[in-house]
Design a protein around this ligand. Structure first.
Ligand code: HEC
Length: 101
């Protein structure tokens, strides 16, 4: 029983995306937030200026990107402090700088 609990505890730790406490300044532009919070991991795609993502059709929308930012994933930290207008602006920036997959 103890072993099972331990396994559950460890997998929960591994599977939970870590959290990035970055907080945008109120009124920051999408581009500023993107440069401060996202570009360390999301560089421009090779050979494409200012294009950071290649998104499949079902992901090429604000709802998907906003959820990704707030919820993160196995590999990407979640950003619980990017909300409201700032969340919309940085998501729009990411969307505007995406190509089709
Ligand atoms: C510590 C590194 C890191 C940071 C910082 C980061 N990401 Fe990510 N992101 C990743 C990784 C790794 C993936 C690919 C794995 C995945 O989809 O979960 C990803 C995936 C994504 C995707 C999905 C792409 C797809 O093909 O579905 C979007 C959109 C995204 N990130 C947006 C952002 C935005 C916007 C920010 C800034 C607020 C950000 N990321 C910050 C590492 C990061």
């Amino acid at each position: 029983m103890k072993k099972i609990l331990l396994v559950v505890a460890v997998s929960t730790l591994i599977l939970t995306a870590c959290s990035n406490e970055y907080t945008p300044v109120a009124g920051a532009k999408g581009e500023e937030i993107f440069k401060a919070a996202c570009m360390e991991c999301h560089e421009a795609i090779e050979g494409k200026d200012n294009i950071y993502y290649e998104l499949a059709a079902d992901r090429k929308n604000l709802a998907y990107i906003e959820a990704k930012i707030n919820e993160g994933s196995l590999m990407m930290p979640k950003f619980p402090n990017i909300n409201g207008d700032e969340l919309k602006k940085v998501s729009q920036y990411a969307l505007d700088h995406s190509a089709d997959k």
